[in-house]
Design a protein around this ligand. Structure first.
Ligand code: ACO
Length: 333
């Protein structure tokens, strides 16, 4: 690490969140597919999720979370230098959702781009923004993780439709000198040979929507749950251990573990592997289901609000998802 990177850190000054208004409890699925509240709760830990309306677009939720983060940091939108949106459910293929958000929040002097790393999107985008801050390229950034996966769900597929929810969160990062706060270490991994395990076939350039080659293919989420489950537990455990090792920190020193919220059983199995007791593990999957890139920043917001995440605390975040892709950030809050 260069001297500059040592002294200049990307510190999270504030966090905001926005989820879709409509609450959909498990019981509603009993009328749609062959399932039960009991099955969903015991297999996933989810009790309810948020389902977005037509007006609650990806950019709308992102802008709402971003504006709240700016307000809480007392930052004028004109002073924002970069808007980074992690999402796989952007409003359009192009333009980027980040550009829409930049305009919606009035960040007139900011650059903007999206990062696509599915449920690890917030991990990747936080590191990308932090690197730009540490190198001196920019002095601050809004990093937003947001997804509206219910818009891509096959409501007749009981193995996937129960899992997802819509929402996201935003952090405002700013350069600070001579501080121990900020992003400390990151690991990022990918195994594209597992691309087939979670995907949406139609809508990209391979099978463009309405094209000849898209015929007979689905525009909904396909997932091999068991494969992803096995991968998730292993990937979460490994990336957490390697980010701690990279930072020279032991699991005991972690104040709070904020994992991607996909399934309570995955979170519990991974926490055990890393050696983190339940009281250090933040869980809100029961309220929201899997919000993909939105899960970690929403959890950070709620952890801070509940007093579990305090300034100066050491927080370990980890995500995994379609790609396959995974990664972890260690942050001094
Ligand atoms: N209600 C009742 N029964 C169901 C339901 C349901 N909603 N869904 C599946 N089942 C049935 C299956 O059909 C199967 O029946 P069978 O044995 O007769 O074939 C049985 O339950 C067991 O199915 P499994 O898939 O083995 O169930 P499992 O315990 O693995 O739970 C789940 C399924 C919850 C999907 C789990 O595999 C999981 O969480 N996987 C990981 C998903 C994930 O984390 N994805 C994140 C990435 S997403 C992204 O990046 C966008």
């Amino acid at each position: 690490m260069g001297a500059r990177a040592m002294s200049r850190k990307a510190v999270i000054e504030s966090v905001g969140m926005a989820v879709a208004e409509r609450v959909m409890p498990n019981s509603e699925f009993e009328a749609i597919v062959e399932t039960s509240d009991e099955w969903i709760r015991t297999r996933t830990g989810i009790s309810e999720r948020r389902v977005s309306s037509d007006e609650e677009t990806c950019s709308y939720l992102a802008a709402k979370a971003a504006s709240q983060a700016l307000e809480r940091a007392s930052c004028d939108p004109n002073d924002v230098q970069m808007v980074v949106v992690a999402t796989v459910t952007g409003d359009y293929i192009f333009p980027s959702t980040a550009s829409l958000v930049q305009d919606m929040i009035g960040a007139t002097n900011a650059g903007a781009f999206d990062v696509g790393a599915a449920c690890a999107g917030f991990i990747y985008s936080a590191q990308v923004a932090a690197s730009m801050i540490e190198s001196g390229t920019i002095d601050n950034a809004l990093v937003i993780g947001v997804d509206v996966l219910t818009k891509f769900v096959d409501w007749s597929d009981r193995s996937t439709c129960i899992l997802f929810g819509d929402g996201g969160g935003a952090v405002f990062m700013r350069a600070q000198e001579n501080t121990n706060r900020g992003l400390i270490a990151t690991v990022m991994n990918s195994d594209g040979s597992g691309a087939k395990h979670i995907k949406i076939d139609v809508g990209g350039s391979l099978h463009a929507s309405g094209s000849e080659s898209s015929k007979g293919k689905s525009c909904h989420i396909f997932m091999e749950g068991r494969e992803v489950y096995r991968f998730a537990v292993k990937a979460m455990g490994e990336s957490c251990c390697s980010v701690l090792e990279k930072a020279g920190v032991s699991a005991d020193e972690v104040d709070l573990f904020v994992p991607h919220q996909a399934n309570l059983r995955i979170i519990e199995a991974a926490s055990q592997r890393i050696g983190l007791p339940p009281e250090k593990v933040f869980v809100n999957v029961q309220k929201y289901g899997n919000m993909s890139a939105g899960s970690i920043p929403v959890a950070l917001y709620e952890a801070e609000q509940s007093g579990k995440l305090k300034k100066g605390g050491l927080v370990l975040t980890v995500g995994f998802g379609a790609g396959l892709v995974w990664g972890a950030n260690l942050i001094r809050w």
